[in-house]
Design a protein around this ligand. Sequence first.
Ligand SMILES: Nc1ncnc2c1ncn2[C@@H]1O[C@H](COP(=O)(O)OP(=O)(O)O)[C@@H](O)[C@H]1O
Ligand SMILES: [Mg+2]
Length: 260
Amino acid sequence: MQTAVKIIAFANQKGGVGKTTSAVTLAHALAARGKRALLVDLDPQGHVALALGLPRQPSLYRLVVESAPLSEVAVRARPNLEIIAGDKSTEQVKRAVTLSDFRESILADLLRRSPYDVVLLDLAPSLDVLHINGLTAADFVVIPTRLDALAIDGVQELLKTMAEVARRGHAFLGYAVLPTFFERTTRETFLQIQAVGKAFGRRVWPPIPQDTRVREAPALGKTLLEYHPDCTAMRGYPENGRRVGGYWQALDRLEEVLHA
Ligand SMILES: Nc1ncnc2c1ncn2[C@@H]1O[C@H](COP(=O)(O)OP(=O)(O)O)[C@@H](O)[C@H]1O
Ligand SMILES: [Mg+2]
């Protein structure tokens, strides 16, 4: 018997906060641990494919607008990891979805019965019909956020949108706040992580350190697991002989969500 797929959205209405990086890194890590994973690019920038060393493609367009079967449009990116790539045609997907009768749940309907253990959705920052589709499909939402003065505000904006989606009948399992670009030595980061912790409590996952390796990897078409699995962004920063944060810890948290 097939157990139900869990769908995880990476969302923040701000750009440049680490949504794509987190979705790609964690998708590859889950796949490497044996989960059958699908990563869907909902952003017309199409960075998911590029980050994995693949060309941009209109896969989302073919799936949603041309009704091509998921098995036909999904591209194998790594062992156990397939992607629905995006490109500029994703803009047209928005238009087509807006005209449809079931405009908010099209993605949910397409993905709910897919043959994967986990589906990860990389959402665009724009608050449009595709963003709403992504949230409506999601069981759980990871909200990557930079630790700047507007961090809490950005998370709250997204929570308002989630509340609206929930009001229309969708049940979320929960959400997590994932602090990114963490710099242990700057005072602003330090104050902000405390403020975020105070605002969202146990929903805050350990932070992802800022690390130049993160920027280098996608330029080579490699994930962080391939490029530098031991870098600070993966392993966390050292503190009192331990390592704190990083994508390996985020992976453990995500696996807890998947097994809950
Ligand atoms: N922890 C990090 N340290 C350094 N650079 C990062 C980190 N996370 C992301 N980046 C870089 O910042 C830019 C924006 O990240 P990205 O994941 O594309 O954000 P988003 O998808 O939210 O727009 C990219 O160039 C990415 O490589
Ligand atoms: Mg992105």
